[in-house]
Each structure stands twice: as structure tokens, then as C-alpha cells.
Design a protein around this ligand. Sequence first.
Ligand SMILES: [Fe+2]
Length: 461
Amino acid sequence: MTRESDDNPFLQGNFAPWRMEGDAPDLEVRGELPRELRGTFYRNGPNPAYEPLGRYHWFDGDGMIHAISLRDGRASYRNRWVQSRGLAEERTAGEATYRGLLEMRPTEAPRFKNTANTNIVWHAGKLLALVEAALPTALAPCTLETLGEWDFGGRLGTPMTAHPKIDPETGEMLFFGYSPFPPYLTYHVVDRSGALVRSEPIELAWPSMIHDFAVTKDSVVFILCPLVFSFERVAERGGVFSWEPERGTRLGVMPRSGGSGDVRWFETDASYVFHPLNAYEEDGRIVVDVARYGRFDFMSPGRERDPKWQGDASAHLHRWTIDLTGGGVGSTPLDDVSCEFPRADERRLGRKHRYGYAAVEPAPPSSMPGWRAIRRYDLEHGTFETRHFGVASGCGEPLFIPRTAGSAEDDGWVIVLVYDGTRDASDLHVLNAGDIAGEPVATVRLPHRVPYGFHGNWVPA
Ligand SMILES: [Fe+2]
């Protein structure tokens, strides 16, 4: 009998799970780690503990946290699974008991495992592992021990996006939860002390998978794409999402001081966006930079290898300019090279940014979300600089770390996890943000590979 892991590309190469938990003090460091880098880089990603039941999608795997701590020029590593209740049940059974996204059937009540596999954020003294279909999961920041689901003291009644936004001035954490059933979208605000102080349903034209959103100093921008939750023709289509481009894409702008009745919707061409880079308001316009897909047929990955889908199956850096007075959305491509995992300086969140970073240049096969390089964009001058990691390598999301809390937007480092196929292990590259193509400031050599994953964040010591 063929096992799913024999031919599913998301279970092979450096997408395959790393099924060991460990601690590694004093890693080998090449170059010199800056003394100012004191803290921990937490990276989350799917890492299925068991051979999947039926078809596997990259989004299904159990979350595993990889933590690399830097201090006084030294580096250490620790990794742990997020020990969800679902995983505990599977540990007892000794095999997978939950089915993945591609195996959901409308005739059965869905059993979701809170894999917490997508992102990991630090806010108000809590380290939260996140997946958009469920509550956050709190972890102990040093040991990575799973503390359990966190519902903000009983106040959070919806799932939480894996992409909350932490306002650099107010310290508030803004987020939303979405659902295939009404209310399709709920907006939440957690104050700087960690108290959930606002939850408000937002009316949507259709239920959709809403992965992320954008925030400015004064507004929230919801991104409604034509990837529609639909329980019709599931078997024929292969899943619960239907790509319906005739609906177009809508951007909902809500004043942060207002409410759901104040949301204004602006239309743009049909497209899908997982990740905005950042957004800001200027001269009566809201600028939203995003990694934009021309289409996204999420449930049928095989179609992305179909020639007629080529060209649209990957994302490109793109600028939407929402005209708040005249109406309408300007739509400008910013790069013709495929990218994902766009990031900006977190201190510029919601404020005008000049620089952005992204993983670029898909590694073959092009239908897989693997990347060979990172790019730093200077969006003021329309230029970029690229760092390549070699044909046997693949990288993930780049992350900017400022030198000090008050240093300039490009004064600091970019860190990125790179899989080195020649030694079948991963390295953390520390690059000078002002010269990412130059010699790395330091390279931390991990004892083994870290599977390609989703998102990470830096938490200063
Ligand atoms: Fe994401």
C-alpha cells in the first residue's frame, strides 16, 4: 500500500517532518554574532507527528516551534511540538486520528485539531502559537512547554488569525477571526496589558478564508478575496473552498476609532493575498503593499502544475492604493519575480515604510512554496537587493531586527533560516540589513535541518 508520505511533496525533502525534539547549547557560529542581538527567534511550521490519514496538505501538520536564542555572541537551539489536545489523543493512539483539510466531508461534523502551526507571537507577557482556525495556544517562552489554549480569560469566542498586528505606539494587539458560518468575520482588540477589550462582528458579502489583514495608524483594512467557503460540489472540487473570480476582491476599510457600521468596501481585480507587507495612510490614500496571487485554487494543488494556470499560481509584490476621497483602488505591480513571506520593520507597522523584505525565486518544482533567495526592497527608490543561497539551498521568511529600539529603518540585521542541501541541515544567517548581498555577519549552524515552515518572530531578551 502506498503511503501519503511516499509521493506527497509536502512530506519529502526539507518539507518532510523532523520527528525529534531536542536542545543544543553552544552551536557552531561562523563569523561573529553582534552583541546587540540578545533574544530568541521563534519559528513555527507544520510538522506532522504521524503518517497522515488520507491526503495531506501543508496546512495540516502539527505545529513545531524551533527557537534559536542569541546572547553574548553565543547561540543555542531548542525545538518542541505544540502539544495540542489532538496530538495528545494521537500520541495515545500511536497514530493519526484527525483528518486534514483535503479530507473534510460536508456530511461529517468536522473534527479540527488545533495544530497551532502557523505563527508565534509575543504580546503582554504571553508567547502564543497560532493557527487561524482555532484559539491561540500559550507556550512557556524558555522551555517551549505547551501551557494550553488561551481564550483571554473566557472573552475570545472565535478563532484567532495567525497574523495579529501589534501597534508599535499603543501596544495594542489587533486581530480578527473568521468562520464559514455567520458571523463570517469578527474583529478584536487586546490592550497592551493583554485584556481583550473589544470584539465586533463585521458584515461580509461572502464567507472566505481570510489569512491576514492590514492595519494603519488610524484604520483597519480587511481583505476579502473570492476564495469562497462552499459546501456544494465538495467532492468534485476536492475541498471546501471555491475560487470564484467573478466576485472580484474587496478591501474593507474601518476606522480604528469607529465600528462595523463604518466599514467602506473598495473593489479591485480578483486576486488572493495571504500576506500584506505593511500599510499606511498618506494624503487621503491608504497604501497596502501585498504579495498578490492572480488566482488561488487552494484545494487543487495539481492545477498549479497545469500550464494554463502558470504565471498566476505564484505571488508577486504589489501595491494597492485605496483612494479614500475619490474612491477606487490603484493597483501597481512592484516586482516581476515571485515572492512570499513579505515583512517590514515591525516598528513601522501601520506607518510609512521605505524597506521591505521577502523570500523570492521559487526553488523547483515551482508549484512548491520553496525559495532560493531573499530580497530587500527600497520602495522609495524602486530598487532592490537580492541575496541568493545557492542551488542546493532553500530559505524561509526573512525577518528584520533593528540594532536598537531607536535606530533607523535599515539599521540592523536580517535573519533567515536557510536549508543547506549539501549537509542536509539548516543555518541561521545573520545579514547586515543595509547590505544583504554582502558577506553574512554570522552564520549559526544548526545540528539538523529545520523543515520549511511558515512564520517566526524575534523576541528581545
Ligand atoms: Fe501566514
